[in-house]
Design a protein around this ligand. Structure first.
Ligand code: HXC
Length: 517
């Protein structure tokens, strides 16, 4: 049987219309501002020839408000699967050129169909968001579509990695889909995201706000914490997606892509001494320490602009993928505040679900004191860290570099949070609180009665420090595993990690813990 030439022509024409729905002029304008078309995003993400589209010919069946005769290629979203190296990935890309990429019933069905594939097969999901939101002409059908997408975001959560790339508008309730995903990347100049924009804010509250204030990538990356990475343009955003995927397993039943062929050399690194300040009151640069310890100095920082008093990110150590958590004493002395606690707790939980071992580097003077912190619920936020670390069953190795005071010591994955190994540098100070504050409580009367109160306070503080300004009080009680030479940190961590990768830990059966939110 031969297929009639007319049928083949129809197929060709239909495909042509869908594949080339953006004019050369429009494409040039997009490129000039650092954007790609929806299809170019997909083409750039996947290896050549590996993309297979689902539902290219799907069409809406709305009729109201002039929709009956409206042709909307792909119904405003390209959906399908492809390969990035060895890894299959599912992706959808909303097409702003088609009725502003708005979501109606068919668009939602296409996305949900893809999400179900990702869930069944166990492959990561990458979503390019570029949409005017719910397609108003489709009313409740559009709302219901969003509801279905949100539901599947939750079903996929903890099963496959979900990455959202906001490369255009993402307004109203639509913003909840990226918020339910693991990582949100947003382009700096062409994207904005908000629940209620400046006009609605003005109408309801009377306050004048700019789009930058409420919806820019800069704001979300540094203030609200909704965004994990800022990309300079679409190409950079796609590069970030690919970098992220090199640290993640395709799903929660698999390990991250460790390279076990890398040998662990017992080389001392004396250069690390230069990073340790002479005085414990001078800040250490944790970013520099991390880069010194990990392979090739490469750290993919997550949430780099948010709560900069702590650092979280991905790296490798002798080929093994790790999640790194650390205080950054260069900012607010590395103290833990509400945002820092949220940033760490979320990262730890993400590492846990994707079987990524954690290395925690501690130099923490405490939780940040302040009226704003107490009233804002630092207790509730700090408790998230304890909950996240204690619940995490992946290998956990902690290194105490310098300060580890009070509750913040425990919250940075101490032995009691079931860290597998806790190493301390000789410069570690593990105590209930800092020396000056401690002696004011312990020796209030003696200090008040002294002729030279300042000198007495300093003398008592020195006594306290002599006892606790070393790791040996904790080490002699076996609260830490070992005291190590800083120059040995890299290979000691690598060896301990390699020995812990087979860790399997069972917990009591339950639906889930009741994390303080
Ligand atoms: C239907 C829409 C639309 C929408 C845009 N269009 N938004 N159609 N529903 N939500 C249409 C326009 O009518 C126009 O159609 C085409 O898309 C291109 O839009 P323009 O306005 O010409 O483009 P531009 O000037 O670039 O502005 C883009 C925009 C603006 C900033 C996105 O259109 C806009 O503000 N739209 C409304 C955004 C919004 O309020 N969304 C929230 C919806 S409610 P023609 O026919 O001229 O080509 C919502 C709730 C979700 O999302 C709740 C989920 C739980």
């Amino acid at each position: 049987m031969t297929i009639p030439i007319e049928s083949m022509n129809t197929l060709r024409e239909r495909r042509e219309k869908v594949l080339n729905n953006v004019s050369p002029e429009k494409l040039a304008a997009l490129h000039a501002r650092g954007s790609f078309s929806a299809r170019e995003r997909i083409d750039t993400l996947f290896d050549d020839g590996s993309f297979q589209e689902l539902g290219m010919h799907a069409h809406h069946n709305a009729v109201s408000f002039g929709m009956a005769d409206r042709e909307l290629p792909t119904d405003g979203v390209i959906t399908g699967t492809g390969y990035i190296g060895d890894m299959q990935v599912a992706s959808f890309s909303q097409d702003f050129q088609v009725l502003a990429g708005t979501m109606g019933k068919m668009q939602a069905r296409k996305i949900v169909r893809l999400m179900r594939h990702a869930l069944r097969v166990g492959v990561p999901m990458v979503a390019f968001k570029d949409s005017g939101g719910a397609r108003i002409q489709e009313g409740v059908d559009a709302l219901s579509g969003y509801g279905d997408v949100f539901y599947y975001n939750v079903m996929l959560s903890g099963v496959v990695p979900q990455i959202a790339v906001i490369c255009g508008p993402c307004a109203g309730g639509a913003a909840y889909s990226p918020a339910l995903m693991d990582f949100v990347i947003m382009t700096r100049h062409n994207a904005y995201m908000f629940l209620t924009g400046p006009e609605v804010i003005k109408a309801v509250t009377g306050r004048t706000a700019t789009m930058d204030e409420v919806g820019s990538a800069e704001m979300h990356a540094s203030v609200s914490g909704n965004v994990h990475f800022i990309a300079e343009n679409d190409e950079h955003a796609i590069n970030l997606v690919k970098q992220l995927l090199t640290y993640l397993p395709p799903n929660n039943t698999e390990d991250p892509p460790h390279d076990m062929s890398v040998p662990i050399d017992e080389m001392e690194d004396h250069g690390i001494y230069d990073l340790i300040p002479g005085s414990s009151s001078d800040p250490l640069d944790m970013q520099a320490v991390i880069r010194r310890i990990v392979d090739n100095g490469q750290l993919l920082e997550v949430h780099a602009n948010f709560a900069q008093n702590v650092i979280v990110g991905f790296a490798r150590i002798c080929g093994m993928v790790i999640g790194v958590v650390g205080n950054q004493p260069m900012v607010r002395a590395g103290a833990l505040d509400m945002d820092a606690a949220d940033k760490i707790a979320r990262f730890v939980r993400m590492c846990n679900v994707f079987n990524i071992p954690l290395i925690t580097l501690v130099d923490v003077p405490g939780f940040l004191p302040g009226v704003e912190q107490e009233r804002g619920g630092i207790i509730r936020h700090g408790a998230k860290m304890l909950h996240a670390f204690a619940s995490c069953t992946t290998p956990k190795i902690t290194v105490i570099l310098r300060k580890a005071y009070g509750g913040s010591y425990l919250a940075m994955c101490s032995q009691e949070m079931r860290a597998d190994m806790v190493y301390a540098w000789p410069s570690a100070e593990i105590a209930v609180m800092g020396a000056e504050a401690a002696v004011k409580i312990l020796y209030r009367k003696e200090i008040e009665q002294a002729t030279d109160r300042k000198a007495k306070g300093a003398e008592l503080a020195q006594d306290y420090r002599d006892k606790f300004a070393s790791p040996y009080a904790a080490a002699s009680n076996f609260y830490i595993t070992d005291v190590i030479d800083p120059a040995d940190t890299r290979w000691m961590l690598a060896l301990a990690l390699r020995k812990s990768l087979g860790k399997r830990e069972l917990r009591p059966a339950k639906k889930h813990g009741n994390m303080p939110l």
